[in-house]
Ligand binder design. Sequence first.
Ligand SMILES: Nc1ncnc2c1ncn2[C@@H]1O[C@H](COP(=O)(O)OP(=O)(O)OP(=O)(O)O)[C@@H](O)[C@H]1O
Ligand SMILES: [Mg+2]
Length: 289
Amino acid sequence: MTNSAGTAAATHQSAGGREELGITHVPASGRAPADGYLLQEVGVTLPTAKGPLSILRDVNLHVPQGQILGIVGRSGTGKTTLLRVLGGLLRPTTGRAMVDGVEITGPPEQVVTVFQDYASALLPWRSLERNVALPLERRMGRPERNERVREALAMVGLESRAKDYPWRLSGGMQQRVQIARALALRPRVLLMDEPFGALDAMTKATLQDQLLTVQRETGATIIFITHDIEEAIYLGDRVALIAGSPGHIPLEITTDLDRPRNQVETRELARYLEVRHQLHAALAAEHNK
Ligand SMILES: Nc1ncnc2c1ncn2[C@@H]1O[C@H](COP(=O)(O)OP(=O)(O)OP(=O)(O)O)[C@@H](O)[C@H]1O
Ligand SMILES: [Mg+2]
């Protein structure tokens, strides 16, 4: 850790230029920045029944601490695989993956992953509050834990269901509990795989804004996968497109949208529409290749 969360937040807010806010491709020969994620020429090949399958190739990515990166791409292009590399759950077959200048060899401390498969991520015999409290149990005493759990469940609008059980919730509610569990940890890095996929439009908008507030307050890095291009632009400092087989990143766009963002006004900005247009065009072009 080279930065406190507070320093990271300050850096993030004062960074006005594209260079500072953007993710930049770093050549394999370049020196690793000490801050944030750095992937150099990352490739992933996995064994399958038909032999080794190349899932990702030549992925170069630099995500400075405090940045929000949205990842979009068609199904099966390797988005979850990339997130598993970032979360230290999968070692690259080729290339290097580093966080804060250190090679990732397992789940890095203070990196929390919210998985795509939210239904199986919760323990059915634990109430919501005890599910959210689980990762905090060995880290802090009961009063602080209770306060964090209460706050996190309130953030996702489920404080009134604290004593209920996951199997009595809708899919969208279960997804929100998983997000609450991650937020309660106050992570330095939050990796999220389609976090708002099962939510209705209103709840989704509320949670998107809640996430932006959390990021502003904590200075966390947030890397999230979504199938919703508009969500990627609305939340992201930058959006990366993954395409092809094996998956690679043919396009990254700095959104250049002011903060705080507004669900109505931001989505009407010329720049927002321009980025949206670029991403749709790139997705279509990749599909027709
Ligand atoms: N453990 C594994 N072993 C073998 N192949 C795998 C494994 N995990 C993923 N794959 C394959 O890698 C490719 C990319 O999978 P991945 O889950 O990363 O895609 P994705 O972009 O997240 O897709 P979706 O949008 O549907 O979630 C797929 O072809 C998938 O079948
Ligand atoms: Mg996936």
